[in-house]
Design a protein around this ligand. Sequence first.
Ligand code: EPZ
Length: 433
Amino acid sequence: MSMRMIIQGAKPLYGEISVSGMKNAALPILFATILVKDVCVLDNIPNVSDISTTLDLLSQMGAKITRSARNTVLIDTTHIEEGTSPDELVRRLRGSSYLLGAELGRFGRSRIAWPGGCDFGGTRPLDLHLKGFRALGAKTDTEGGFISAEAENGLVGGSVYFDIASVGATVNVILASVLAEGTTVIDNAAREPHIVDLANFLNACGADIVGAGTSVIKIHGVTALKGCSYTIIPDMIEAGTYMAAVAATGGCVRVRSVIPKHVESITTKLCEMGVQVTEEDDSVLVQSNRPLNNVNIQTLCYPGFPTDMHPQFAVLLCIANGIGSIHEGVWSNRFRYAEELTKMGAKIMVDSQNATVVGVEKLTGATVEATDLRAGAALVIAGLCAEGTTEIRGVRYIQRGYDSIVEKLRGIGAEIEEKYIDEETTESIPKAN
Ligand code: EPZ
């Protein structure tokens, strides 16, 4: 049995839609609880499969986890045991690389299976993470599909410069250094809002981290952390995805539970395309009357335009006037969605890390396949604005990072449903709500 999304497109969207907590902030914070050895209450945890995999993983390691409400998780890592991470779950997630920093910080060593996660068709190295651990005195090794790091004499603060402002490496060095002796300095650190959220959570537990959100982060080691209650920030990429959906279909939607500053680069590009975006206290109002203007997009680290919004904006360029372009500046290959959009009538030419997109009058519904999370989100937007019926396969990728996407989009007037298909009989069974 596999899940499909079926969309009847070309319908403008109206109303209000709410954004959930940010997956990419919740992931490091969940792994950071390993350092706490106490009870943490985490609110605004999104209901997405990457998070349920992480909760399963931590629970198999001995964490006591209870859900007190749909989006609230109590997690007690007092009795977690070192070296017990289940390989199969680690291999499902990129975020499981955070086990390295967290276990190193708590136990002085870690050995995990090579983490999985969305596959963009290129490599997703971890050399900067390991460079960071070595700067704290750990020895590292990558052999036989496993990664290990060990600090025989304990971790001691050090300085590390990242050639690339890697989100994952910044998270991992923060995790490893919070309980280390002395001060650690990360230079050219990632500045993403989820880094700030992780630092705020750890500081609420008693850590001493300064500079998160800038490119120099200093971590003064402390001897122990205590539990706290913490609310995860809203997901700027989920917000941006719904903003792009309204831009594509036309209509008027208030996207709620947003930190407008976090979506500034997305708002700016939408305005260049002729979409009206009004920032409110904790929401943005998006009004769109197609046609859209073409633009050139270059993805960069925060506060630049996010790579995780690139595929969704490619769809907007497909239906904009004239010719637009995208330069992917973070990942070496993130264009696997282009072939799928072509099946819907798009004209996209990909050359290395660049795409040229010639706007067409309309996209037409087709059967398409999501190849990763944001590619899947792009296909949903394409289906919403296309004429006719779109069937999306590979829905499991979309479920990794979008909480209740079908229900939320239905709430603003989209005709979208999920169906289980029995592969053998190809009979379709509607999903129970
Ligand atoms: C995080 O991945 C996100 N994942 C990604 O979101 C996101 O695309 C990416 O940051 C960039 O914003 C999570 O937060 C779980 P990086 P991460 O380390 O940490 C190179 C989504 O759709 N690099 O910042 O793996 C790397 O090859 C996902 O939600 C090294 O060279 O990304 C890339 O070119 C997909 N060596 C660049 O840095 C390293 O050791 C940025 O990667 C690490 C990274």
